[in-house]
Write a protein that binds this ligand. Structure first.
Ligand code: MN
Length: 720
């Protein structure tokens, strides 16, 4: 336990900590100790940092954790809340967090940091729905979202120290995204508070006027409401029903919206009483309803039994509207404590009810509802809110991925899409002229599958043309038909010319000189074609259209010649899209090793060079000269060179320990380097090893073994 001999808290931080521990008093000793440890850990990490308001930074994560504890969530969520800014702001690594607090917490905190990195400045309003879907799809563990909402809630409550324009911007973002996310996962009190805080920061004067009006209305109605509540209380007591009666909090933002939408005055929107009654059992719910209908006249047609027929989102309760003493309507909701919890803490997402008419047809609504129903089933099984959050993994929107263009536009593509699909989704011309792609700044092969949250940059060249081979991996109908129609436009003659060019290139590279000039080989090949009733022109056409790989033709010729020359032409059994080829080298720029995804690049005068699938140098090679390759058929055995970097606490004997790890896995060390240390990292050393290994499995085992040495901060492979 190196880092947390209990630190000395300053008075302000201590006060925050006391509040947290009070809110977390429902935890058992083990959980409480973990929270204590996380609090000390975060305190040390954030030491010296301050918030905009001048308070110690640690007060923020503690406040976020306090809120989460108030929601009665599990200890891991509270700990994640305490640590939520540690990865971003203090240079702590995910593996360090995992070591200290376990994998789940490290994952949640990492998820939070990723969420933080989404660029909101470029985010366009009409894409709000896509954005929300994207976040939900991206967040694998619902606890990420819960902590994020708590984080946003605290930031919104403490916006006061910021410039007004900044406050408005953050408030808009909150309204358009986080409030609606809270709504979607059914955290209704959070949803309403985020709305009101946003409203306050966008229109401070309107908010103040409304608040005053609402307060005035409340004090005017105070007696009337107290009278009604007392009448309720007496009536229920005479029926032997134990009940908690509360007024329902009015949401300023929703009043504001109703006034705007329906052109009504404040008094019209506001003029009704909202009461909520929580009773012990379902039976009591119905008896309460009967007792109240005997007290005040119910409004016909306003009684709704959501107990017998729960709303599709799982919400349960009885609703009725009574005609109050001065004719003022009283809206009453009757629930059991369990139903109340569901409505407040999730599941019964209020929004389904409010937005029913206009969004009913939206498929997302249906899927969300199914999701909510699943959660409801889960909750009934697990029985309490704490366990409940452990079980939820967000699995909304399984069939779509959400991608960013470099300037922040969001595109929704189907799962399994590649950069080529993306390019065609941006514009047909972008698709046609696409020659490469970068994902999150790193070059990737065009057939790589994309993931939600990826930023995709398409590299184009004006004279480029779609590669027929793309048809084998694109998933979108749009890309497929665009590629097909473009290829159709290539005239037969052009296709033959292209085929001839490609074939010539390939043959020159793959076949030895004496075969190329041999009339005998040529005749043999032509005779072979003739026997199969194929014209050479058709072969060229098929190569040009991408139906036949030039390598296959080279193979066929070499095979024929191989027989003739008595096995002189040795072909290594590499499988390149179905055909074995000779003359293969492993590139030294990216040092691929068996187990890595690879591509073979055809280089004039060198033959086939095997590159790692993601090697940047592949971009310099025309796509038509790149071929899929497969280690299994490469026939290469023995050792392959690779490099790793190890960062560790500086300690005598370290090198020997590391060498032992490597030797234990039967790998060889080719060289060791110690690069100069960057400023301020005096306690750590980096060592780079050149290794020869058999495959990625062996390499990963070595990295794993090294990582489990206590002094090691990180161990990773270096590419290139
Ligand atoms: Mn934060």
């Amino acid at each position: 336990m190196p880092d947390h001999a209990a630190p000395q808290y300053d008075p302000i931080s201590q006060q925050a900590k006391d509040t947290l521990f009070q809110a977390a008093s429902y935890f058992g000793a083990d959980d409480f100790a973990l929270i204590e440890k996380a609090c000390d850990y975060a305190f040390i990490k954030h030491q010296g940092q301050t918030r905009q308001s001048g308070e110690p930074y640690i007060t923020h994560p503690i406040a976020v954790a306090t809120e989460v504890a108030k929601w009665q969530l599990d200890a891991k969520t509270v700990v994640s809340a305490l640590l939520h800014d540690v990865l971003e702001d203090t240079g702590t690594s995910k593996s360090e967090l995992a070591k200290e607090f376990g994998g789940t917490i490290a994952e949640v905190v990492d998820g939070l940091s990723k969420l933080e990195k989404i660029n909101f400045n470029n985010y366009i309003e009409h894409q709000a729905e896509s954005f929300r879907k994207m976040v939900l799809a991206m967040v694998k563990d619902i606890r990420v979202l819960i902590v994020k909402l708590s984080d946003r809630l605290h930031n919104m409550r403490t916006l006061g120290s910021m410039r007004p324009d900044k406050r408005r911007r953050i408030a808009r973002e909150t309204l358009e995204t986080y409030a609606l996310l809270a709504n979607r996962i059914g955290m209704n009190p959070v949803y309403r508070e985020l709305q009101d805080l946003s409203f306050y920061n966008i229109h401070p004067r309107r908010y103040t006027v409304f608040q005053a009006a609402l307060n005035r209305w409340h004090s005017e109605q105070k007696e009337a409401i107290a009278e009604i509540m007392q009448a309720f209380q007496l009536q229920l007591a005479s029926y032997n029903i134990e009940a908690k009666i509360k007024t329902r909090q009015k949401n300023l933002y929703s009043i504001y919206n109703k006034m705007r939408g329906r052109h009504k005055r404040f008094a019209e929107v506001c003029n009704l009483y909202g009461l909520r009654i929580v009773v012990r059992s379902i039976d009591d719910c119905y008896r309460t309803m009967g007792a109240l209908h005997a007290l005040y006249k119910p409004r016909p047609g306003r009684f709704k039994d959501f107990i017998a027929l729960p709303k599709s989102n799982g919400y349960q309760g009885l609703h009725t509207t009574l005609v109050g003493p001065k004719g003022v309507p009283i809206e009453v909701q009757i629930r059991t404590p369990a139903m109340h919890k569901t409505a407040e803490y999730g599941i019964a997402a209020h929004w389904l009810y409010q937005n029913r008419t206009d969004q009913m047809r939206d498929e997302a609504v249906i899927r969300t509802r199914q999701w909510l129903q699943n959660i409801l089933a889960l909750q009934q099984d697990s029985g309490n809110a704490i366990e409940f959050s452990e079980h939820i993994k967000v699995d909304l929107y399984q069939n779509e991925i959400y991608l960013f263009t470099p300037n922040g536009k969001i595109l929704v593509l189907q799962r399994g899409s590649t950069p080529v699909d993306f390019a065609y989704a941006v514009h047909t011309d972008i698709g046609h002229s696409c020659i490469g792609a970068k994902v999150n700044g790193n070059p990737v092969p065009l057939r790589q599958r994309l993931h939600t949250g990826d930023t995709v940059e398409i590299i184009t060249r004006e004279d480029a043309n779609p590669n027929p081979a793309w048809l084998s991996f694109v998933v979108s109908a749009r890309a497929r038909s665009a590629i097909r129609s473009r290829l159709k436009n290539i005239g037969k003659e052009d296709a033959i010319i292209l085929g001839e060019k490609l074939l010539l290139q390939t043959l020159t590279q793959l076949l030895p000189q004496h075969l190329l000039v041999s009339e005998t080989v040529k005749n043999k090949y032509l005779a072979d074609l003739q026997s199969k009733n194929i014209r050479f022109e058709d072969v060229l056409y098929d190569v040009g259209m991408g139906k036949l790989l030039p390598v296959s033709v080279a193979m066929q010729i070499a095979d024929l010649a191989g027989e003739k020359f008595g096995g002189k032409t040795k072909l290594s059994p590499i499988k390149i899209s179905g055909s074995p080829v000779s003359n293969i080298h492993i590139s030294t720029c990216c040092n691929p090793i068996p187990g890595d995804a690879i591509k073979a690049a055809l280089i004039p005068e060198q033959g086939l060079i095997i590159h790692s699938d993601t090697c940047e140098n592949l971009f310099r090679i025309p796509v038509e000269n790149q071929l899929d390759a497969d280690w299994d058929c490469l026939g290469k055995e023995g050792k392959f060179s690779t490099k790793i970097s190890v960062i560790s606490q500086d300690q005598p004997g370290l090198l020997a320990t590391l060498a032992g790890c490597i030797a234990a896995q039967n790998a060889n060390i080719e060289n060791v380097e110690m690069p100069p240390q960057p400023e301020g990292k005096g306690d750590f050393v980096e060592m780079r090893f050149g290794l020869s290994v058999t495959d990625t499995k062996q390499l990963n085992q070595i990295l794993h073994d090294i990582q489990s040495i206590p002094q090691i901060i990180s161990a990773k492979r270096l590419y290139g």
